[in-house]
Write a protein that binds this ligand. Structure first.
Ligand code: KIV
Ligand code: ZN
Length: 526
């Protein structure tokens, strides 16, 4: 395995480099219920930048004030990656994207329009000739803001080939430097997608001078296979997301693309600038801030991806890892659960450990995280890396909260009636309420609602153990939804009720801030 990677490094040349275009913050965030706060988007963008992602699609600036602000702030933040903003083929969309990208060191405007007969007739209600004109005018307008313009043919895989060729040619003539061929509805299969990309390269004048890009959705579970087929046909950019997040069944998963190329460089002789050692951290961060758990058997980042349960496999692994392991857990930044520290560990050791896990916190956040680590070490016999990750992710999301949990007492058990007494600090004022409910969680949430009245629905309440053992921390995710705004909160604690209350309060804080900023009501792209 190692030899293959080294071999690939020797073979590296620029024509085989694949541009990784991450759209977790745009297409990924479009998944129903996956909204992130500005602070969370900044954390994700910073990590993607550090990982070596080439282009980060930071949002769809016309869609909401929240999206505009996210693209603007990410533009100020990024050191290495190109920042990209999405726009439809309309002047005000493009101008808004140009405005949000102004502070960026390197920016790209990504403009798109549907080209399939179905979309043109029913969605756009435009004649093909008008769509063709919009291709030229949108790309021309985007070029006023930046030389780096990407044009996408939405629903390209269901578009008539001749018309697609005309649109691609028009976009290239108007100055697009990247042409994206989305499989918007996840309909194509590898052979067909290969032929489509090849046909465009062979037939469209100038197609060999721009970068062709794949953007594959996963409705048939083929997003990664289709993307790789597109690359074999000559595409040199892949659009993807961490954990494969995205509309419906999601997009091609970044981690699968990168590790596929790294592990099978013998048959996929392409390379990316992404350092895979950050993959596990990125997966955990995106899952934590989006509230979307990663399925246990998900390739590369699932909890079981490197677990060997059967006796035959374990025996083989003990003799030689390569018997059942095609890549090492360390290569994606996954370390074996290690007992890290106990209650006697000091600030210095804690800081070093966090650094090792990829976290560098500001002074205040560090102090608070340290206090919580001490409290955890007092309660829990063994503190593992996973515990620290859960604790720090919790800390980062709670820094700017307006509502904070002061105390919680729960009466539960077979005797009933279950009730909870909650004290909250709401912008500096402490209030206490008691409430009953159908179980301790319901009672706790009712008491919170008595202090901060609201009508939010609870579409998700989920509890998972962070590690093994009866003293494991419970990681709780709560999603709240009201008037088209959604926010997800998460928290971990050895006390499931405390974690539940904190997660609920975190979601409530998110919901309040999204409603204030009008940040939740994204325009639907498709
Ligand atoms: O799936 C799609 O077609 C898109 C476009 C906006 C690129 O996300
Ligand atoms: Zn998409």
């Amino acid at each position: 395995m190692t030899e293959t990677i080294q071999g690939a490094e020797q073979r590296r040349n620029s024509k085989d480099k694949i541009t990784i275009f991450d759209t977790t913050l745009r297409d990924g965030e479009q998944s129903p219920g996956a909204s992130m706060t500005l602070n969370e988007k900044l954390q994700v963008a910073e990590l993607l930048d550090e990982m070596g992602v080439d282009v980060i699609e930071a949002g769809f600036p016309i869609a909401s004030n929240g999206d505009f602000e996210a693209v603007l702030e990410i533009s100020k933040l990024l050191k290495r990656s190109v920042v990209c903003g999405l726009s439809r083929a309309q002047n005000n969309d493009i101008d808004r994207a140009g405005e949000a990208l102004k502070p960026a060191r390197q920016s790209r405007i990504h403009t798109f329009i549907s080209t399939s007969p179905l979309h043109m007739k029913y969605k756009l209600q435009m004649e093909p000739s008008a769509v063709l004109e919009a291709v030229t005018s949108s790309v021309t307008r985007a070029r006023n803001y930046t030389d780096n313009v990407e044009w996408s043919a939405e629903d390209a895989t269901r578009t008539e080939h001749d018309f697609l060729c005309h649109c691609v040619e028009a976009a290239i003539k108007a100055g697009a430097t990247t042409i994206n061929i989305p499989d918007t509805v996840g309909y194509t299969v590898p052979e067909e997608y290969y032929d489509l990309i090849k046909m465009l390269i062979d037939k469209v004048p100038g197609a060999d001078e721009v970068v062709l890009s794949t953007h594959c959705h996963n409705d048939l579970g083929l997003a990664v296979a289709n993307s790789l087929a597109g690359v074999r046909a000559g595409a040199r950019q892949i659009e993807c997301t961490i954990n494969g997040m995205g509309e419906r069944a999601g997009n091609a998963a970044l981690e699968e693309i990168v590790m596929g190329m790294n592990t099978r460089a013998d048959v996929l002789p392409y390379w990316t600038e992404v350092d895979p050692v950050h993959i596990t951290r990125a997966s955990r961060l995106v899952s934590a801030v989006s509230g979307f758990p990663v399925q246990y058997n998900k390739a590369i980042v699932g909890q079981n991806a490197f677990a060997h349960e059967s006796g035959i496999h374990q025996d083989g692994m003990l003799k030689n890892n390569e018997t059942y392991e095609i890549m090492t857990p360390e290569s994606v930044g996954l370390r074996a659960s290690s007992l890290v520290m106990g209650k006697h560990s000091g600030r210095h050791a804690f800081k070093e450990k966090l650094k090792d896990l990829g976290y560098e916190l500001g002074d205040n956040a560090f102090q608070e995280a340290f206090q919580r680590f001490k409290a955890l070490a007092d309660k829990k016999k063994q503190v593992f890396d996973e515990d620290l990750v859960a604790l720090v992710d919790d800390e980062v999301s709670s820094e700017n909260d307006r509502i904070k949990l002061v105390s919680l007492t729960v009466y539960a058990g077979t005797g009933g009636p279950q009730k909870a007494t909650v004290t909250l600090d709401v912008e500096g004022t402490e209030t206490t309420r008691e409430a009953g409910g159908d179980g301790p969680v319901d009672a706790t949430f009712n008491a919170i609602r008595a202090i901060v009245p609201h009508e939010a629905r609870l579409p998700l309440y989920q509890v998972m153990a962070v590690t093994e053992g009866t003293d494991a921390q419970a990681e709780v995710m709560v999603r709240l939804e009201q008037d088209g705004f959604t926010a997800t909160g998460r928290s971990a604690d050895t006390d499931t009720m405390v974690a539940s209350a904190r997660a609920y309060i975190s979601a409530l804080n998110g919901l309040i801030s999204r409603r204030e900023k009008g940040a939740g009501q994204n325009l639907q792209v498709i």
